[in-house]
Design a protein around this ligand. Structure first.
Ligand code: ZN
Length: 382
């Protein structure tokens, strides 16, 4: 029988925290897990996304149900490392907390999933079905890894999906989509003493952005779980000299979408309004730089029910079940699935702690989620 000791669990997490997967280099984690799986005769496959960035897929069992478990291997930048109380890439324990970049978002969840796979396989505990482990690349920047897994059919036969993103007291079953656009206004440079010799690129873009803002943020459609769409212009760059009419202005916009007002409709609106301005003599170009659809499921499933029960028992917390404004790899992984698809995001850590300095996960919760994950899989594979 294989039973990972607490010490072994900490060692694996510590090894993986030491790998600097800041928006790249996930291959180090993929290779580490591949070798670890191989020690226990679990086959896994590196799924390349680009020349340097990869996913890892491993599987145990056979037939249905197919339980998809997923986590991302990348982390966000630690920022100024000297602001941290201890080195962000050295797992450090203080007061029952495990500190390090990615402990919370989401290497603790990812390691738990991998170690649970190993115990299930080694002890021959899985009754029925398949468990498919999907470790992704680039979640923090547009979900390139999960998009690849969806495109290559890894989700086609999946019956359940859970993503081990941090949210220890909340099971998330729906979340907003995320849409990034870059809008460029092109004008013509001239000396500011003779503005009519040129065309100011800033003016139409400002008017355009305010009009789009009013249309999007003023829309009253509301999702029962996710509330309303929100849009923000977050970057605006233009001009380079005080006495020159700017020939170029560029804005970037992020939109958080809902099923009732989805990415396609928002993109259409950006284009339609640009057309209107262009007919009046402007030159506004809209480019979509990222488009992740919202995830809306009913939250009614045996998986969510069981997770709630196990969470209460192992964490001694009341677990709430709700929607979230954040996005996960599920935006890509659940493309084409309907509202009844059993999906949840549930993992060790706190959503609010993500991307902060002195990131930590509670040690007890890290261990507790191992038990939750294992019992969940055993419960679903009956
Ligand atoms: Zn994350």
């Amino acid at each position: 029988m294989k039973h990972f000791t607490e010490e072994e669990k900490i060692t694996v997490l510590s090894d993986i925290i030491a790998m600097k997967t800041v928006n790249e280099n996930e291959i180090e984690v993929a290779n580490y897990l591949k070798d670890l799986f191989a020690e226990y005769d679990i086959e896994s496959k590196i799924v390349p996304v680009t020349d340097t960035r990869v996913n890892l897929v491993a599987e145990i069992g056979s037939g249905s149900p197919v339980i998809g478990i997923s986590g991302h291997m990348d982390v966000v930048s630690p920022g100024d490392e000297s602001d941290w109380a201890s080195d962000p890439f050295t797992l450090t324990e203080r007061d029952g907390k495990l500190y390090g970049r990615g402990t919370n978002d989401m290497k603790a969840g990812l390691v738990n999933l991998a170690l649970v796979m190993i115990e299930l396989k080694e002890n021959n505990e899985l009754n029925n079905g398949t468990v498919r482990f999907m470790a992704t690349t680039g979640e923090e920047v547009g979900g390139a890894g999960s998009k690849k897994l969806y495109e290559e059919g890894y989700m086609d036969d999946v019956d359940y999906l859970w993503v081990a993103e941090p949210s220890h007291d909340t099971i998330i079953y729906s979340h907003k989509g995320s849409l990034n656009l870059r809008v460029t206004s092109t004008g013509e440079a001239a000396h500011s003493s003779m503005p009519d010799q040129g065309y100011n690129a800033i003016n139409p873009l400002m008017a355009y952005l305010l009009e789009v803002d009013e249309k999007l943020n003023g829309d009253d459609r509301k999702n029962e779980v996710l509330d309303q769409l929100v849009m923000s212009t977050t970057i605006f760059n233009a001009g380079n000299q005080i006495n020159s009419i700017p020939e170029k202005a560029v804005a970037e916009i992020n939109v958080r979408t809902i099923p009732e007002f989805d990415n396609d409709e928002a993109i259409d609106l950006f284009n339609t309004i640009a057309d209107k301005y262009n007919k009046e003599g402007s030159n506004i170009d809209v480019e979509v730089t990222m488009s992740l659809p919202s995830v809306f499921t009913s939250g009614q499933s045996d998986m969510v029910d069981l997770a709630k029960e196990l969470g209460k028992k192992h964490l001694d917390l009341e677990i709430s079940v709700k929607g979230s404004p954040g996005v996960t790899d599920a935006s890509n992984l659940l493309r084409g699935k309907d509202d009844n698809f059993p999906f949840m995001m549930f993992g060790p850590g706190e959503t609010k702690m993500a991307h902060k300095k002195d990131e930590y996960v509670y040690k007890d919760y890290y261990f507790a989620f191992f038990d939750i994950y294992k019992k969940l899989i055993l419960g679903l594979s009956k």
